[in-house]
Each structure stands twice: as structure tokens, then as C-alpha cells.
Design a protein around this ligand. Structure first.
Ligand code: L34
Length: 267
């Protein structure tokens, strides 16, 4: 990617520019935003991180987004989630111009994904498919189970797996006999947000396990996934660790999406 971006100044007169907005001082969000800035540096993408206090009004935030939408030197806009409760995330996501929506969260990008139209695909789901392919996992014809039905991970990753010709079951924390459903999975994707939610008895021998969890251990403050890694790892054929699995791949896809937005706006 860095090699590709290095050719842009000569071809287009500039490099892609990603603006990340961070509202408030949540340490986890600060850490992820820092990771995005570092990745930009590595790839050669210009990054501006805009910090705003948690007291910013919705109107002020929407005003800032409108300015960035109108700014031709900006290719990608990302508002780090979650936002303070007095600000509507839906409104903020919809306010970002579809062409600059590097997250792929805008309703028009979501609709395009489900209609098999060209679109920006959300970074985490896109990263999961990339991880599976890089690990040499054949997706076509497999039984995939996705735990979690969020707009950000569960639903889009299920759609992408379906497009790769997997047979997909979407379930959730209230699914009846969840363990039995999960044991049927050849590919198990977990995006529920609870440490050690997936236990050894829920995983079939040889299954591929993708852990999307980003939880903080209550005692140590360390980042842990949704899967009881120590117990499940011996059973799985492939398992993504936390940290070091889906998170870094998400950021990699963010770089890719930023380049795609830049090229679409410049070509
Ligand atoms: N708008 N908000 C927006 N877009 C996103 O794509 C995100 N997300 C989620 C939270 N809010 C967002 C992220 O960026 C989660 N997320 C994310 C991205 C990267 C990492 C974790 C979560 C990551 O790099 N994790 C590292 C460890 C980082 C650490 O120790 O703090 C890992 O190895 O998993």
C-alpha cells in the first residue's frame, strides 16, 4: 500500500487525506485512534485527528462534518464511535458524505452492500474476509455462524460470508441453545462484546474461530476478546488472537478504504 501511495503525488499532485474526529477522552477510543494515525504514517496517508470535548453539542459536531464534507482536500472522514449519549450516532453517520465515508457506515453504503452495488465496505467485516483468505480458509460451501447482529459487524460480515457462498446462521446472546448452534459452525465469527463468551464446548473440533471482541479485562485493564482463547485455541484449526487479530486488520482496511475514496474522487 505504501508503494502505491508513493506514486500519488506525481499522478494526482497529493496524497490521500483522512480526518478522524475523536469526541471525549475514552482511553480505548484514544488508543484505536492513535493506531489509525500510526497506520496512516506507515502507509503515507495524511492524517488529521480532530479532538473535541465530550460536551460538544450535536449541532456543533454536525457543523464540523459539514465543513469537512465541503473541503476538497479531505478524502475520508471518520467519527470514532461510541459518541456521548446526547449525540445521535445515526444522525452523525448519515451526515458524512457517502463519498468520504471510509467506515462504510452511511445508510447509502449499507444499502449498496445489501443490493450488491459498488460501495465502501465496513472495515471490520472486510478485514475478517481478508483474514480468512490470508489464512487459506475456503469459505465457499462452509457453514458459518455469526454471533452478533450489529450494523457495524454482525450483519455486514454475515452478508459478506453469504456473498462468498457460505451458508450463514446469524445468532445472538438470546439464541436458544446457542452452544449447539455454534457447534455446527465450520467458521465461527463472534462479535458480542463479552469476555469469555465463547467457551470450549461451543466450538467444533477443527473450526475456524474469528474473535471480534474488544473488551477490557475488569482486573488487569488488558484487551481481551469474546473467546476463551486458552480453552478454545487447542480445538480450533485457525483462531484470531486479541490483541493482534481482527483489530489490526480493521485498521489495514481503513487505509484501503481511504485510498479507494481518494481514487474515486480523483479519477
Ligand atoms: N467510526 N468507530 C468508527 N469506526 C471504527 O472502525 C471503529 N472501531 C471500533 C470502535 N469504534 C469505531 C474500531 O476502529 C473498534 N475499532 C478497533 C480498531 C482497532 C483496534 C481495536 C478496535 C486495534 O487495533 N486493536 C489492537 C490493540 C489496540 C489496543 O491495545 O488498544 C489489536 O491488536 O487488537
Amino acid at each position: 500500500m505504501a508503494g502505491q501511495v508513493a506514486t500519488f503525488p506525481e499522478k494526482y499532485g497529493r496524497v490521500p487525506h483522512l480526518v478522524v474526529i475523536l469526541v471525549g477522552e475514552d482511553p480505548a477510543s484514544q488508543s484505536y485512534v492513535k493506531g489509525k494515525g500510526k497506520a496512516c504514517e506507515v502507509v503515507g496517508i495524511k492524517n488529521t485527528t480532530i479532538l473535541r470535548p465530550a460536551t460538544i453539542t450535536e449541532e456543533e459536531l454536525l457543523g464540523l462534518i459539514a465543513e469537512l464534507n465541503a473541503d476538497d482536500s479531505v478524502d475520508g472522514i471518520l467519527v470514532q464511535l461510541p459518541l456521548p449519549k446526547h449525540i445521535s450516532e445515526d444522525k452523525v453517520i448519515a451526515a458524512i458524505s457517502k463519498e468520504k465515508d471510509v467506515d462504510g457506515f452511511h445508510p447509502l453504503n449499507v444499502a449498496a452492500l445489501w443490493q450488491k452495488q459498488p460501495c465502501t465496505v465496513a472495515c471490520t467485516p472486510k478485514g475478517i474476509i481478508k483474514l480468512l483468505k490470508e489464512a487459506g480458509v475456503e469459505i465457499s460451501g462452509k457453514r458459518a455462524v455469526v454471533i452478533g447482529r450489529s450494523n457495524i459487524v454482525g450483519l455486514p460480515v454475515a452478508k459478506l460470508l453469504l456473498d462468498e457462498n457460505a451458508t450463514v446462521t446469524i445468532c445472538h446472546s438470546r439464541t436458544k441453545d446457542l452452544a449447539a448452534v455454534c457447534r455446527e459452525a465450520e467458521i465461527l465469527v463472534v462479535a458480542i462484546g463479552r469476555a469469555k463468551f465463547v467457551t470450549e464446548d461451543m466450538v467444533a473440533p477443527g473450526a475456524v474461530v474469528i474473535d471480534v471482541g474488544v473488551n477490557r479485562d475488569a482486573e488487569t485493564g488488558k484487551l481481551v476478546g469474546d473467546v476463551d482463547y486458552a480453552a478454545v485455541e487447542p480445538k480450533a484449526s485457525v483462531i484470531t488472537p486479541v490483541p493482534g487479530g481482527v483489530g489490526p486488520m480493521t485498521i489495514c482496511c481503513l487505509m484501503e478504504n481511504t485510498i479507494e475514496c481518494f481514487l474515486k474522487r480523483n479519477a
